[in-house]
Write a protein that binds this ligand. Structure first.
Ligand SMILES: *Cc1c(COP(=O)(O)O)cnc(C)c1O
Length: 228
């Protein structure tokens, strides 16, 4: 049996431990997003009852159905790839969209946000390792995407998101996390409302936090393995 209460407590303890080992910004707290994708709404509700305040989903349809039956307000995160034709649904459903990686998508979200009368908070997903199988903007295109987003009135850039490659030795992620933090910190010094560095999942969040992450997205360590 999966014990969500116990798992959440264990993850929170690990987060605090890693935070103390941080090389950077020692006192900054870490936001824990409980990733409920592919788990049913009962599991989601259990996590919320156990104190989870941030919920992450990666598919619009699945999220829409599950969010309907929630009985408590939580902060909702879209962590998966977003197609432009679903921008309006995404804007209605989510507080923070982590996966903006093109001007085209940014413009679609801006339009959608305008039409529902909202300023949409977003992160830019960065593909630092240039993995062809993953979404995310390459580092050399990051600045121009930031500038594009700054021209849009209905979206607000709040930070960056990174998905590290699935190396067999998780220590191999460390230089990437470090590099991502450097880029993040440089940009942060020049902007307002820019504060989130979303990096770290079940297998690599401890290292991500040590290197400066302040938002982690955890599924498996809380809910167990997913059955796809
Ligand atoms: C599924 C997913 C997670 C959570 O992964 P776990 O390994 O189960 O912790 C985090 N981030 C993204 C973008 C995901 O798609």
């Amino acid at each position: 049996m999966i014990n969500i209460v116990e798992n959440l407590r264990a993850v929170r303890n690990e987060i605090e431990t890693s935070r103390k080992l941080r090389k950077v910004e020692i006192n900054e707290p870490v936001t824990l997003i409980a990733v409920t994708k592919n788990h049913d709404v009962e599991m989601m509700q259990q996590a919320i009852d156990a104190g989870a305040q941030h919920i992450g989903e990666n598919r619009i349809q699945e999220a829409a159905e599950k969010f309907k039956s929630l009985n408590r307000e939580v902060t909702r995160h879209l962590i998966g790839h977003l197609q432009t034709n679903k921008a309006k649904q995404a804007v209605r459903l989510f507080d923070l969209i982590h996966s903006v990686d093109s001007e085209h998508l940014a413009a679609a979200i801006d339009n959608a946000a305008y039409s529902v009368g909202k300023i949409q908070d977003v992160l830019i997903q960065v593909n630092l390792a240039k993995e062809e199988t993953k979404s995310g903007v390459y580092e050399e295109n990051l600045q121009s995407l930031i500038e594009k987003i700054d021209t849009l009135k209905n979206i607000r850039l709040r930070g960056f998101m990174l998905i590290a490659p699935n190396y067999s030795d998780v220590e191999d992620c460390r230089p990437l996390f470090r590099r991502m933090y450097e880029i993040f910190d440089k940009v942060r010094k020049t902007r307002q409302d820019f504060e989130y560095l979303s990096m770290g999942m079940t297998h690599d969040y401890k290292i991500a936090i040590e290197e400066g992450s302040n938002v982690v997205r955890i599924g498996t360590a809380i809910f167990g393995e997913r059955n796809y």
